[in-house]
Design a protein around this ligand. Structure first.
Ligand SMILES: [Fe+2]
Ligand SMILES: [Fe+2]
Length: 258
């Protein structure tokens, strides 16, 4: 028997959230997905509120992962402690609210989900995600294990994929909001993609109005970033996992246009 796990890219703004709400249930049904991990760090563009977290769970997310914007909406802090289904990066300082990994039930099987953040080109000094995984791996033995590696650089994400090849079910990247074309199974059986992409406005720069981004890169003063108008795209990857080996048989892109 196989398990089918859907991983969905960063939800951007109210329109991204609305796209998720309207489409995720049907998408899970048509893909026969058993479990769904959604990165929710941009529902408020910077961060998310507890209400937005609840909406994602209601829409069909089984676990919400985050990233560099995890703590930007301050009313999320107690929610991170109270809600079991939301994770912030595991390699943030241990005194920060919430948790970075947990195990969940997936149709009778145990699934571990881990959220990590990268260190290349990020304004953070988190713990080393690679050595943190060394200490975590024994604790997830016997589980299907999925890693959301929220990182900027493609090399850092690829290195994590190869380090964990054969040891976890899948490693998927988030944060860049741009889907990559390298969804595949690595040589020792771990599913991999460098970046899922996003769930947000299709005609935009990472979900933001293009003219604001152009203005910023031209050196102008920028107004507060706003989500772009228009239809959304939902970028995801479906991983098919062998229930015996817990390794990946297939990693397929699912790019849905609203
Ligand atoms: Fe991010
Ligand atoms: Fe993001």
């Amino acid at each position: 028997m196989d398990y089918r796990i859907l991983a969905v890219g960063d939800v951007v703004g109210e329109s991204g959230l609305s796209c998720l709400r309207r489409n995720l249930g049907q998408l899970k049904k048509s893909l026969q997905a058993d479990f769904c991990i959604v990165n929710g760090e941009n529902a408020s563009l910077r961060g998310l509120t507890p209400d937005q977290g609840e909406e994602m769970l209601y829409a069909g997310a089984d676990v919400i992962t985050l990233g560099n914007h995890a703590f930007q909406q301050r009313n999320i802090l107690s929610y991170l402690d109270d809600c079991k289904q939301i994770l912030r990066p595991y390699n943030f300082a241990p005194q920060t609210p919430g948790r970075g990994w947990d195990t969940f039930d997936c149709k009778g099987a145990k699934i571990a989900v881990v959220n990590l953040i990268g260190r290349h080109n990020m304004d953070f000094a988190p713990d080393n995600p690679f050595t943190k995984m060394d200490t975590l791996l024994p604790q997830v033995e016997g589980c299907m294990t999925f890693i959301d590696f929220h990182a900027e650089s493609t090399s850092e994400k690829l290195a994590m994929g190869y380090m964990l090849d054969g040891k976890v079910s899948a490693v998927f990247g988030t944060h860049t909001h741009v889907p990559t074309a390298d969804a595949r199974v690595l040589p020792k059986g771990t599913g991999y993609v460098t970046d899922l992409g996003m769930t947000g406005p299709a005609e935009s720069v990472l979900g933001i109005r293009a003219e604001q981004s152009i203005q910023m890169f031209r050196g102008g003063l920028t107004s507060r970033f706003e989500a772009a108008p228009g239809k959304c795209v939902l970028n995801a990857v479906l991983f098919t996992i062998d229930s015996e080996t817990k390794l990946c048989k297939k990693a397929e892109r699912v790019d849905f246009h609203d």
